[in-house]
Write a protein that binds this ligand. Sequence first.
Ligand code: ITT
Length: 202
Amino acid sequence: MKEIMIATKNPGKVKEFEHIFKPFGVTVKSLFDFPEVEDIEETGTTFEENALLKARSIAQSQNIVVLADDSGLEVDALSGRPGVYSARYAGPGRDDAANIEKVLKELEGIPNQNRGARFVCCLAMAMPTGEEYVVRGTCPGIIATSCTGDEGFGYDPIFYLPELGKTMAQIPKSQKNVLSHRANAFVQLQEILQQLGIKKEA
Ligand code: ITT
């Protein structure tokens, strides 16, 4: 496998995957390199379903190995919301600041011990030949009461990691790439890549 297309238009995700795939010598492309691919509606009710929907449809139409990431934030006190709606929680504008504001408002007055949450990342890899693989990674944390830090993207500024005493937006990319939900899912995907004979370059 020489190249893989990440089925995303989220530049934050593209950057993380470029970093992740570098040791494998696999070139990372994204939907920015395939402007002809139309948006695929995320009609699934689970992260797995949505990731598979995207990967499958693009692998077939573009004849390339595709990795789709469907990810989001699950907040315990909100019964798992925003969940699969994380990107559009505050409405179709997909604005990170508005999404964060909505979560913080809904959690107003809720004490720290009840602000548990997790980031979830499902990765689906689809081959043009029809083989499909899906994995799920998670990363636990606590929703802070305000934003801190400017690394990362999405909900990172309010996602507090108690063991580090920092939010996900206060740690460098290299550290996020080791402990995040995406990193966790990628460890599982790596096992699959290995079984397929795709290994890290020495
Ligand atoms: P694509 O569908 O084009 O991949 P997206 O941003 O719409 O991009 P999702 O549908 O998977 O992606 O929604 C994920 C949302 O969940 C994303 O917009 C963020 O708000 C949040 N999210 C996912 N991973 C995150 C991370 O590592 N840090 C912070 N927020 C994250």
